[in-house]
Write a protein that binds this ligand. Structure first.
Ligand code: AMP
Length: 418
């Protein structure tokens, strides 16, 4: 596999798949969070500094037609320019960039319009179909067209760099198929994907013990696979958030009207049994902050998690759980955190998640390697201004989850073969 740090881009045209799927301010249209743009800068700067030129390609949102001005990447040109300190040229059709690409000089940057203006990028037909057979036939046909789409993108450049970790779990034209049109020596990961892989592999394969996984968020069903994969690796498993209650009910507790997946009770029980068999210590919250309604102004009360009063729902972990969880985290050498401990979007139910964010930062200060991933735990770390107090904050929610589940990501496999 080719490594970007030792590659010389001098005189080369590099097509770089970045993840510029950035949020825009609804009123002004300006980029409201440029984290993803900043994430791609080291790779783009390396190409330019070597004397190469950079052709940037990305998706943004879920456009349904071509063109779809609401999702035009034109809107983010100035944000890229100010971050990069270089002028950015723009091509308003990613399939018609030949002339602009040919005119590119070393040190210049060209941004292609949103790849998802073409349904070939995702390879999923957008039309409605009367029957499943018709849909399958259209999909097959589109898969063929996707190859042509990827080949066209590949034709613009000498080198392909994938630095879009957020879409690495998708087998799309620009994230996976395109790699087939470059030989081994001219395709590589960018710096962002490299650091994401390094952080995840460290946790999966080289974790120092004790290794604690903190799993939160709404549903058990979303986290089953990752929990199963982690049971072979962790010493401690902390469970919080809405999924707590499926476990508590499975253990015979009273959960009031807390969130619960009744069809997952057996599975939750099974996970606990597996954990026990593998010697993994599972920590479920023992107490909770309950609400009489799912809203920010609801009345609250504290109870044991397995004695939730009728008509109330648990929306955050309470003090005793916070204390136990924080101690376990503080004594860990490796920590993986995915998913909030409560409904942290509402101030009344944010305390548990904030406390865990601080505990993870404290563990990092004590020398632990700490990895935070998944949209909401990242938002919680940012809300508490602790992003620079933990070892690594992953930029890819779904991609990170799938990698930690042990799945092969198409965007990763396309370059390194597995
Ligand atoms: P996920 O995307 O699965 O990580 O879930 C994140 C969401 O779970 C957030 O929007 C939280 O508000 C929500 N959540 C966390 N704890 C609870 C809870 N106890 N009850 C209901 N929703 C919760």
């Amino acid at each position: 596999m080719t490594a970007i740090d030792s590659f010389n881009f001098n005189g080369k045209k590099a097509i770089i798949r970045v993840d510029f799927n950035v949020p825009l301010n609804k009123e002004t249209g300006a980029v409201s969070d440029d984290t993803r743009i900043r994430g791609a800068l080291p790779t783009i700067k390396k190409v330019l500094a070597d004397g190469g030129c950079a052709i940037l390609m990305s998706h943004m949102g879920r456009p349904k037609q071509n063109p779809d001005p609401k999702y035009s990447l034109k809107q983010i040109i100035s944000a890229i320019e100010s971050n990069l300190g270089t002028k950015v040229q723009f091509c308003d059709d990613c399939m018609k960039a030949d002339a602009q690409v040919a005119a590119l000089k070393p040190g210049e940057v060209l941004l292609l319009e949103n790849l998802r203006f073409y349904e070939e990028e995702e390879g999923k037909p957008r039309a409605e179909f009367a029957t499943d057979e018709e849909k399958a036939a259209a999909k097959k046909e589109l898969k063929e067209k996707q190859k042509e789409f990827a080949k066209k993108l590949a034709s613009y450049a000498d080198v392909y760099v994938n630095d879009a970790f957020g879409t690495a779990h998708r087998a799309h034209g620009s994230t996976a198929v395109i790699a087939d049109y470059f030989d081994e020596s001219s395709k590589m990961f960018g710096f962002l994907i490299n650091s994401e892989l390094k952080a995840m592999d460290k946790v999966l394969n080289e974790a120092q013990k004790p290794f604690t996984a903190i799993m939160g968020g709404a549903k058990v069903s979303d986290k089953i696979m990752i929990i199963e994969n982690l049971l072979d690796r962790v010493q401690n498993l902390i469970i919080g958030g809405g999924m707590t209650y499926t476990f508590i009910k499975a253990l015979g507790g009273k959960i009031g009207k807390s969130l619960c997946e009744d069809d997952k009770l057996e599975l939750a029980k099974g996970l606990l049994d597996k954990a026990k068999a593998k010697g993994v210590q599972v920590y479920l919250p023992v107490d909770a902050v309950n609400a009489d309604d799912f809203n920010a102004e609801a009345n609250t009360c504290v109870s044991k998690t397995n004695e939730t009063p009728d008509g109330w729902m648990g929306l955050d972990i309470a003090d005793e759980s916070i204390k136990t969880f924080s101690e376990v985290i503080a004594n860990s050498k490796t920590v993986l955190w995915n998913g909030p401990m409560g409904v942290f979007e509402m101030d009344k139910f944010a305390k548990g998640t904030s406390a865990i964010a601080h505990a993870v930062a404290q563990a990092t200060a004590n020398g632990a390697f700490t990895l935070i991933g998944g949209g909401d735990s990242v938002a919680a770390i940012n809300k508490n201004k602790l992003a620079d107090k933990v070892s690594y904050v992953s930029t890819g929610g779904g991609a990170m989850l799938e990698y930690m589940e042990g799945k092969v990501l198409p965007g990763i496999k396309a370059i390194r073969g597995y």
